[in-house]
Ligand binder design. Structure first.
Ligand code: IPE
Length: 257
């Protein structure tokens, strides 16, 4: 099983509220189908989640009644986004069902938990891809909290014993500095804890779940001798397909110690 996270930066325009990149998502779904691999897709929220979540401090948990309207609105927006992603998967020939994260998972002090994975495994057993996504999830300690797609990926990879995890983003991988502002920055093909500590991974886009550094930390935690963890650019046509086929492509691989 390969777990693929379609990042919010590739499926939406993160700087513009509720802007879906339909043609990019359709192409990525066709690439997944063409690879013939056993894949489960998780997606981020992008501008369907981060903008309102940040404005209303949803990641702080339940602080005042005014946040509740925003919780409902963000959940509405992420479900709409997920329906559009699922539509692209179905059009590509992949039977998929959007499964709102909060219907299977809950949180405890921002840690994502699942007691029963029956729904997910039952769908997979029938050849249906359950699609989960970054969302606002009920939190036993904080009332609610933001769950990132990366947290879902981490749990699913363990539960499904994934041999590979692929984070699809809008950059080729991890760079020595921000490639959008520094022309001299270089792609790092393999990353370990030491390399990560030495580089500058600040990004300019609003992001309530941490950006590139957090992604690398998650990737390093998730990879092991049996599981590859890779960051790849999904805005370049054919790159995800080549990676799935086992070809060499520009990307960053997390290296386990
Ligand atoms: C964020 O999920 C969820 C919300 C802000 C509601 P992610 O952290 O997985 O989303 P992206 O990939 O960064 O957009």
């Amino acid at each position: 099983m390969i777990v693929i996270k379609l990042g919010g930066s590739v499926i939406t325009d993160k700087s513009s509220y509720r802007t879906f990149r339909k043609s990019v998502v359709s192409r990525l779904c066709r690439e997944i189908k063409e690879s013939g691999k056993d894949v489960i897709v998780v997606h981020g929220a992008g501008s369907f989640g981060h903008i309102l979540a940040k404005e209303n401090r949803l990641n702080d948990g339940f602080k005042d009644e005014k946040q509740i309207d925003a919780v409902a609105r963000v959940c509405y927006d992420t479900r709409e986004l997920s329906s559009m992603v699922v539509e692209c998967l179905i059009e590509a020939g992949i039977p998929a069902i959007s499964v709102p994260t909060g219907s299977c998972f809950y949180m405890e002090d921002r840690k994502l938990k699942i007691d029963d994975d029956y729904i997910i495994k039952s769908m997979l057993g029938k050849g249906i891809m359950p699609v989960m996504f970054g969302d606002v999830v009920q939190d036993k300690k904080l009332g609610f909290a933001i769950c990132s797609g990366d947290q879902i990926v981490e749990i699913l990879s363990d539960r499904l014993d994934a041999e590979r995890v692929i984070f699809v983003s809008d950059i080729d991988g991890l760079y020595t500095s921000d490639p959008k502002s520094d022309p001299d920055s270089k792609l790092i093909p393999t990353v370990d804890k030491d390399t990560l500590n030495k580089i500058d991974t600040r990004t300019s886009v609003d992001d309530v779940t941490g950006g590139v550094r957090e992604k690398m930390v998650t990737m390093l935690r998730m990879c092991n001798s049996k599981r590859d963890c890779i960051l790849v650019n999904g805005t370049v046509q054919g790159r995800l397909l080549s990676l799935l086929k086992g070809e060499e492509v520009p990307c960053t691989r997390a290296k386990s110690e």
